[in-house]
Design a protein around this ligand. Structure first.
Ligand code: SF4
Length: 408
């Protein structure tokens, strides 16, 4: 029965590609991609629907393309997480990080708290300070304005800039900035005090801004605004992290559209150093608490299609802590990076999901035939290109690269 369904699916797919996939079968299309042809968007839509044997073919092709471009080394960054403020002006339906001002857990870190976390990270061999925070809370929350005034700053951005500089100068950790929407001027100001920056595109679906959807009440989640920031980071030659969040109400075709939007910006500017495929996790205290989470298989399918769209050279990352029982399987679908892993701080975005111990991560990576290697917040191929590294950081980054650990 299952086989017949698989065969019927294969026939349907072949017929569909006769119209919009240059008349090729799945096998022919995957072979053409491995031979260097780009993937047509219509074909990517169809790949998101594969099942059975053809799905396995998709995984094999994506894994082969990854190995063509990135070999068998899988990387991670040893980091500390600095949640500078968990106040935010947006109201994403899946967010457990942001807190309303009245919540006893609402907090803006003091400089002493920031330094204490960064110093603890340094003692544990961390090299990245991930600044992750709510988006411009002072525009809507008096509490945020009061916190900032007490600290001596007018805006969250001003405070972020000062704390990035402080951490860099006092601890040597390399800041990676993940602060929501920033203007080109703000990114330019942060460039000398950070190794890289990031903004999850999440989705290009305007539909998700409607009432009841994931991004209702979120002015910073308008896709055009996010695409503008990714573009401006390219113009500024900032090594950049972006990605998609799956399971927040988007369709499979919208996932493909988001990946193509990323691929188009990468083709124009070449500054995207990694693309994250992140799965929604339901939590008891969020608006989407009853939403189904994407399965590991859905993650694998999306990772594989992302690999075929973005090519063998792109660093593709999936967070291991959000699929603790099965994350090793993502290696079979074409990832080559685990992202930031902290031996010190918990994942404040998904506090219920502890990061795996590094030895466990190394063992899982090895079990799938790969080798785990530490990297910095800036990938080695970007660190080697002077236009992507601010002159003030060059020596520091070169020195720190020598300290990255290889797990054999
Ligand atoms: S996901 Fe980010 S932008 Fe959305 S509410 Fe949470 S902190 Fe704010």
């Amino acid at each position: 029965m299952w086989m017949r369904k698989g065969q019927e699916q294969a026939e349907m797919t072949k017929r569909a590609w006769g119209h919009n996939g240059r008349g090729r079968s799945v096998e022919e299309l995957l072979a053409a991609r491995l031979a260097g042809e780009p993937l047509p968007r219509e074909a990517a839509y169809r790949l998101m629907e594969l099942e059975g044997d053809e799905l396995l073919e998709l995984f094999r092709a994506a894994a082969a393309l990854r190995t063509q471009g990135r070999g068998t080394v899988v990387t991670f960054s040893r980091k500390v997480f600095i949640p500078l403020t968990n106040l935010c002006r947006d109201k994403c339906a899946y967010c457990t990080f942001a807190r309303p001002p009245s919540d006893p857990k609402a907090h803006t870190m003091t400089p002493d708290e920031v330094l204490a976390v960064a110093r603890r990270g340094r003692e544990h061999g961390c090299k990245e300070a991930l600044f992750s925070l709510g988006d411009k809370p002072e525009l809507v929350h008096a509490r945020a304005r009061e916190d900032l005034a007490r600290l001596g700053y007018a805006t969250t951005f001003d405070y972020l800039l000062a704390m990035s500089r402080l951490v860099l100068e006092e601890t040597g950790l390399l800041p990676h900035i993940n602060a929501g929407i920033l203007s080109a001027e703000q990114m330019a100001a942060l460039r000398p005090v950070s190794a890289s920056m990031g903004l999850m595109l999440e989705s290009v679906s305007e539909r998700l801004l409607r009432p009841g959807e994931a991004h209702y009440g979120c002015p910073d989640k308008v896709p055009a605004v996010r695409l503008r920031m990714v573009r401006e980071a390219g113009e500024l030659r900032i090594p950049f992290t972006t990605g998609i969040l799956i399971g927040i109400g988007e369709t499979p075709a919208e996932r493909v559209d988001a990946l193509f939007a990323i691929a188009e910006l990468q083709a124009e500017y070449g500054h995207i150093q990694e693309v994250i495929i992140q799965n929604f996790r339901a939590k008891p205290d969020i608006r989407f608490r009853h939403r189904a989470e994407p399965s590991a298989l859905d993650m694998m399918r999306t990772i594989a299609v992302a690999r075929l769209i973005l090519g063998g050279e792109m660093n593709i990352q999936a967070p291991p802590n959000l699929t603790p029982d099965a994350y090793g399987m993502y290696l079979l679908a074409g990832i080559n990076d685990w992202g930031g892993v902290s031996p010190v701080t918990r994942d404040h975005i998904n506090p219920e999901a502890p990061w795996p111990h590094l030895q466990e991560l190394a063992a899982t990576t090895r079990a799938f035939g790969f080798r785990l290697r530490e990297r910095l917040a800036i990938y080695p191929e970007f660190a080697a290109r002077p236009e992507f590294v601010d002159p003030t950081l060059r020596q520091r980054i070169a020195d720190m690269m020598c300290l990255c650990e290889d797990f054999t």
